[in-house]
Design a protein around this ligand. Structure first.
Ligand code: AMP
Length: 147
């Protein structure tokens, strides 16, 4: 197994996400690796006129979503003394942004859950699947089960 140096937790705040966090933490301790955590707020169209009649987008809402995401991440990070510099919250496409954060920050292991907020019916959730397809580093998909 690789001697991991920088591990990224992809947190979706679902009821199972603690299992993903615990596993990433265990591995980080074992390898004395740096740990970072990210949450991607799924982007929605603002300027696409095709949606105009249906969606009225309030830019304050984006700020509120960003603040709320940062607060959630900070609450998680506090439990294991993770500095603010290793807490990343941004808008975008979850799988693509997780991979690009990993690339930009020399992450060598991404830890995701096998499933997220969309339920555990599929073999692998779409974010987990996208990360596995696009990542340039190792990816651990923690098998999540109903508890
Ligand atoms: P999914 O494939 O969407 O069912 O989610 C699988 C896993 O991907 C979750 O357990 C998380 O680890 C990660 N994930 C999903 N959505 C996000 C998100 N918006 N931000 C960060 N990680 C996410």
């Amino acid at each position: 197994m690789e001697n991991y140096q920088h591990i990224l937790i992809a947190a979706d705040f679902s009821e199972h996400s603690q299992q993903v966090i615990n596993r990433a933490q265990e591995i980080a301790e074992r390898y004395q690796a740096k740990l970072s955590i990210c949450h991607i707020i799924e982007d929605f169209p603002i300027a696409d006129f095709a949606y105009e009649p249906m969606i009225s987008v309030d830019l304050d809402m984006r700020d509120a979503m960003l603040d709320s995401g940062k607060k959630h991440i900070a609450d998680i990070a506090k439990k294991f003394d993770l500095p603010t510099a290793n807490q990343w919250v941004e808008f975008g496409s979850p799988s693509l942004n997780i991979v690009s954060l990993a690339n930009d920050n020399k992450v060598d292991l991404i830890v995701v859950g096998s499933h997220g907020r969309h339920g555990i019916k599929l073999l692998l959730g779409s974010t987990a699947n996208g990360v596995l397809h696009h990542a340039l580093c190792d990816v651990l998909a923690v098998r999540l089960t109903e508890q």
